[in-house]
Design a binder for this molecule. Sequence first.
Ligand code: 3PY
Ligand code: MG
Length: 250
Amino acid sequence: MRINPLKQHQQPIINGWLAIPSSYSAEIVGHQGYDSVTVDMQHGMIDFASALTMLQALSSTPATPIARVSHNDGALIMQLLDAGAYGIICPMVSTADEARRFVSACRYPPLGNRSFGPARALLYGGKDYPQHANEQILTLAMIETRDGLKNLDAILDVEGLDGIFIGPNDLSLTLTGTASAESQHPEMLEAVDHVLKRTQAANKIAGIFCTSGQAAADRIAQGFTLVTPANDVMQLSQAGREAVARARGN
Ligand code: 3PY
Ligand code: MG
């Protein structure tokens, strides 16, 4: 089976993020040097038919294809894995039970309850995908609720969970009343630091969404091991804005 480089990564993982439902965008982003690229079905404008073509496009690039599901839905998780996603990011994980349910959907029996039908995963992963998928599929639970913070250690204890991914917009919204991915609110700084330290202690991947390359570099310096330096929409908007300003001589 094609191994998943994200499972043994020695360097911080730089993870691209796709919200635009386009295989062409996915292909372009996949060629920019990212270790992995996430197809975002929660806040991206992406349905399963588009996600499939985007995963196909990512397969033609060096980036490892992963997906964020819209919610902790075993059926959707299994469909995306069958479509060749090599990792799943699950939003709003607030309890160990939810984390167990999430991981279970990513693992074939006896470790989990993933149903058999690897379809396109066989084409991307290889004929022996079924024998190795349980070790190769990456599972990241998003910590972005008060309960998720409260139950962090129990979530980190869940067997088969590879790491966490902080959703700083939702986390700051719930902690401070304002959604801000780079919030400097003291309560948010403390929460992010706490999640990072506990995740490091558990020896798992500590991931976070960021709004720029510089913000991602700062998170790596802080100790994070998986960062997303903004998504396609943010990058496209910023590049467009800057080009217009430059053209106008501003
Ligand atoms: C958040 O910041 O809440 C996210 O889910 C990042 O996409
Ligand atoms: Mg979120």
